[in-house]
Design a protein around this ligand. Sequence first.
Ligand code: HEM
Length: 499
Amino acid sequence: MLENYIGIVILILLFFIVYKTYKIYVIRKKYGHIPGPKTNGLLGFYLGNLDEALKYLKGGKILADMMLDLSKKHGSVFKFQILDKIVVFTINQNAVKEVLITENFPKIPEIYNQVGFPYNERYLGNGLLSNTDSESWKKRRNLFNNGFHRNILMNSIEEFNTKVDSLLVRLRLLSDGCTKITLFKEINHMALDVIASIAFGMNTNSINDPKNELNHYVYESLKGFYRQTFEPFIIYNPLEWKFLYNYKQIIRKLRDLGRKQILKRILNLQNGNYVADDILTNLLKNHVDEKFNVDNMVDDFLTFFVAGQETTANTLAFCMLELGRNPHVVKKLREEVDSVLGSKSYISYEDVAKLTYTNCVYKETLRMWPPIPEIARISDKEIEINGLKIPPKTWIQVSTYVSGRYEEYFEEPEKFLPERFLFNAENTRIKNYTYFPFSLGARNCIGQNFAQLVGKIFIAKFVQNFDMTLDWSQNLGVIQEATLRPADGTQCYLLPRKN
Ligand code: HEM
């Protein structure tokens, strides 16, 4: 009996190995005409370039650096293999345009389902970011486009100022020159408050009360989510089941919070009217399945925090790191800020438009340190890149990180040079489709104006108010989880500005 079972298991295993071998043989042949890194021996046949990727990670580098090194070696289009998957990577300008704009190839369900439903739990669900069905995405995007329009954001300028000011008040209390401050953490709280307030009319005050429920659950939900990306087999490990159970509870609590908030808004009860939680929960039940779908709304509620909070905070934490390394940039920034604002603390929309150099500093930060370094899509027709035919159903990866550091596109790419974004009369300094930290085309970032506004206001007010010294003992490198982030979160010491 036992021998029979073992025999069956061996047969299934053999069948699996033969199937995988054949599958890998076929895809390697299919993409044989595209250049790319070699794989090592028999193991390399099965694992592809996984060993090289792991070497980068173990060496404290990020995968985006591996792509950069490969593009220096193989040019603007190459392929790499991870297990039984071949990905075509490109920073070719025409290809970037074709993939993201002209053809607008679909998002890859295998990747975005992990964002929507990690461990089969509804997280961002079918929200804007993770939605892979173009028709349903279009309807939702149309719903939200207006809310993020420049004119609407202009009307919120006071609130942007207020939230940044709240953070400045807190930083002032810590600016004694010897208290170590982790700027990423502080800015992350502000980013949550500003999204909560402007997008949902919520007053969260994470800046002074980081333990508030929303901040806590968003933070914890992201932590668990990252593990899925880098430890895909966690679900099969019984020792991790407790973690998974707790993680799912966190997501459920976060979604409950979102549901209640949305209902409060819908029922227009938020203006000081207290509604007990259990009443709200009952109201909620009655609203499900009516003409609007509350679960879909919760998807987007979470999406705006998950897509907007960390990206905004990472960018500003990177920016502060670069300012710490480049005092001459701070000097120039201050000259601009002083001439536009003087001692004024309120920054109007018109002021923001005048902060040209500040804008360049923000853009240069995103060139070097885009929080979302690469984007993958799946082709739904054959395309040609540099004369190479790329078959339909190919995973194609494009990368603003690699483009932004590619010498053919940006001179002295390792240097932080905001001036490169000061456009000359012909507006030709930045080559087309080489810089896209907010992505391009129909599925670009809906929050980009929002992020830039809060970013520029923060940078201007920060240099207007503080002298910063970086803690040089911190890890000044970068980590790549779901997003790129300064490894130690930009640790520094602050003093009130002297001159
Ligand atoms: C510096 C800050 C930010 C950066 C660098 C950034 C970058 C991006 C990128 C690259 C994408 C495309 C992702 C993909 O194709 O998978 C994206 C999409 C998105 N972002 Fe942002 N983002 C930022 C801030 C924000 C903010 C503040 C919000 C909202 C408050 C936001 C909301 C979204 C949403 C909802 C999407 C999905 C859009 C769609 O597919 O229709 N982002 N973002």
